[in-house]
Ligand binder design. Sequence first.
Ligand code: FES
Length: 201
Amino acid sequence: MVDQAAVRYGVAAHASSNGADPPGGVADAARSSAVAAAQAGHPSGDNRFRMLDATLKRHRFAPDALIEVLHTAQELFGYLQPDLLYYIAHALKLPPSRVYGVATFYHFFSFAPKGKHTCVVCTGTACYVKGADRLLAAIEGCLGTVAGKTTPDGQVSLMTARCLGTCGLAPVVVYDGEVAGNQDRGSALERMKGWTHDGPR
Ligand code: FES
């Protein structure tokens, strides 16, 4: 099946380029077309693309500016949707697979909208020994979602982390950026009271 986003931005054509073109060759022409496309603005008319384009221009559409561009895109849009990744791939003359690969490698990039609240359960060794796996399962059951996902009402994103550096307080959970130690099912539910529209299960 042909990906419509890829067609819209002509990514499929660029993905086949190996970047070994001589000066003035296909790569230069493609770069010029990316500049022209950025100047023309995104077809959606979404102003955030103009701001993203400004970042792309500031980096002169250099492929090695990928991580910085991804950061800007996430700040502007909240998360990296496929359409956005294709747009960046096209602008930087990179295969979409490379852009996706880099974005998935770093945990700070997100591919789904974040919830209004965040709950991060530490699953590092010290917390695991103190029952972090059971605590996580209990929280998943109460929220009706699993680690790495957001509740269906979009209220709470549940995540895990590998050692938060406060092992003496194990098991540790971070609620909206606030570290809490010695957590159990009851204290976790108490901290998240009112976070979901439906309430804990
Ligand atoms: S293992 Fe959880 S804080 Fe270190």
